[in-house]
Design a protein around this ligand. Structure first.
Ligand SMILES: NC(=O)c1ccc[n+]([C@@H]2O[C@H](COP(=O)([O-])OP(=O)(O)OC[C@H]3O[C@@H](n4cnc5c(N)ncnc54)[C@H](O)[C@@H]3O)[C@@H](O)[C@H]2O)c1
Length: 407
């Protein structure tokens, strides 16, 4: 019996004593590769041959890679993940799902279609029509998806409605969100990406708003999202669930296939484009006497494809925390209307109305943290490019998505 630096050689076989240079017990995968490290002539295989061997023995996985967290060569295999996207039939979720599939991830969409559309689900995704409140159906769908990451878009998101029906907002955005968090922990999901909102800040003392801007929401929608942010902090601290919460500013734009079709539309750009399509006679401007250059409110518009890219970056292990997503600067209501007129070539009739209570003059994001820590680079920072993609979708889908097929 002779010793070598890797262990004991016995009758031509090598029994590893410990991983080289560590003095620790070897990883089982090291044990499995060890016999191949040294040839019968006790010559070390060249690294390229060893790499080839590893790739042959471990073709790109059909199962989650996270089951092999310490696999030493996992960085050499593309990191495609199993994603569970709640609300993936909705406006922002549909484009995220499309981009995630384009990037090679496997996606299960979980949506009750209360606001989303079956036709908005990319056919390459697995679709589960389900309700976050379903304490059997949700864990079951999560388990079958073998989810490594949950991307949680599902929520109610109408600020005005939340002021008349707060129970609906706390119930879905907070209580049902908590059920999802519990199911995530039970299923061993490691990562959670959450759609939060600038409404968690309320009217700011200063703009642009950073992630440190005090959070003082002024409606149940913003409050319910802030409550869920707090749940995430605790679940991270207690269960080690890694999370990224994105505070979106005003989501806008479309991809070629998927766009904005809310049953009750409150967002400015699609409402202005309805006038261009001849589906509405005019659009309303709430307040023309704000302390802004043209007297109308300024908002920060962010393309949904750019939101989707940020979510893909956030999925990487180690990414954690709260991030604003916006373009900074912002555009006034009048600038949006003028841009829509330019892009569509139609004149847009407007009617001026008094300001709405609680509408701050300027809501603009500082998104430096997402740029620096996630390497996020928006591809559509200009309003005109955002409006062009929106117009392209609305003019090719003037009625939005087709009605859901009868059940
Ligand atoms: N659109 C924006 O400008 C904006 C801004 C800030 C934050 N957000 C947040 O982004 C997310 C997505 O927004 P959106 O504009 O795409 O909304 P959306 O209404 O188009 O999408 C939400 C989806 O969630 C689904 N859903 C809701 N409750 C559910 C439940 N209990 N079970 C299963 N599915 C459920 C709906 O059917 C819908 O498909 C929301 O969480 C919203 O609060 C949106």
């Amino acid at each position: 019996m002779a010793d070598n630096e890797h262990g004991k050689v016995r009758a031509g076989r090598v029994t590893p004593a410990c991983a080289p240079g560590t003095g620790r017990k070897p990883h089982p995968l090291f044990v499995c590769y060890f016999p191949f490290l040294v040839t019968a002539q006790r010559r070390v295989l060249p690294p390229a041959a060893l790499l080839l061997l590893v790739i042959v023995m471990h073709p790109p996985p059909t199962r989650p890679l996270s089951r092999f967290p310490t696999f030493p060569f996992s960085c050499l295999v593309s990191r495609h993940m199993n994603v569970f996207a709640t609300g993936g039939a909705g406006y922002i979720g549909s484009v995220y799902v499309e981009e995630a599939l384009n990037a090679g991830h496997r996606v299960t969409v979980f949506d009750n279609l209360c606001e989303g559309h079956r036709a908005a689900v990319d056919p390459r995704a697995t679709f589960v029509e389900g309700e976050l409140d379903d304490e059997i159906g949700l864990p079951d769908a999560l388990k079958r998806s073998q989810a490594e990451v949950i991307v949680h878009f599902a929520a109610h998101a109408l600020v005005g409605e939340s002021m008349t029906n707060p129970a609906k907002y706390f119930g879905n955005n907070m209580v049902n969100g908590l059920k999802l968090l519990n199911a995530a922990v039970a299923a061993g999901v490691k990562k959670f990406v959450f759609s939060s909102t600038c409404a968690t800040y309320g009217p700011p003392d200063q703009v642009p708003m950073t992630e440190e801007t005090p959070q003082r929401p002024i409606n149940p929608y913003g409050e319910s999202k802030l409550m869920f942010e707090k749940l995430l902090r605790w679940y991270h601290q207690i269960h080690g669930l890694e999370f990224v919460a994105f505070r979106y500013f005003n989501a806008a734009g479309a991809s070629e296939r998927f766009g904005e079709h809310h049953r009750v539309e409150t967002h400015l750009i699609p409402n202005v484009l309805k006038v261009a399509l001849g589906q509405a006679t005019h659009c309303e401007i709430y307040g023309t006497d704000y302390p802004t250059p043209d007297g109308t409110c300024i908002r920060d518009y962010i393309h949904i494809a750019d939101l989707a890219q940020a979510h893909l970056l956030a999925m990487a292990p180690g990414r954690q925390g709260f991030y604003n997503l916006g373009n900074g600067g912002g555009y006034s209501v009048r600038e949006v209307i003028e841009t829509c007129a330019k892009v569509t070539g139609k004149s847009i009739k407007t009617i001026e109305k008094p300001p709405r209570p609680g509408d701050p003059p300027r809501l603009v994001a500082a998104a430096n943290k997402a740029h620096q820590e996630l390497g996020w680079r928006p591809r559509f920072p200009q309003l005109e490019s955002i409006v062009r993609t929106a117009w392209n979708w609305h003019r090719t889908h003037p009625q939005g998505y087709p009605a859901e097929p009868p059940v």
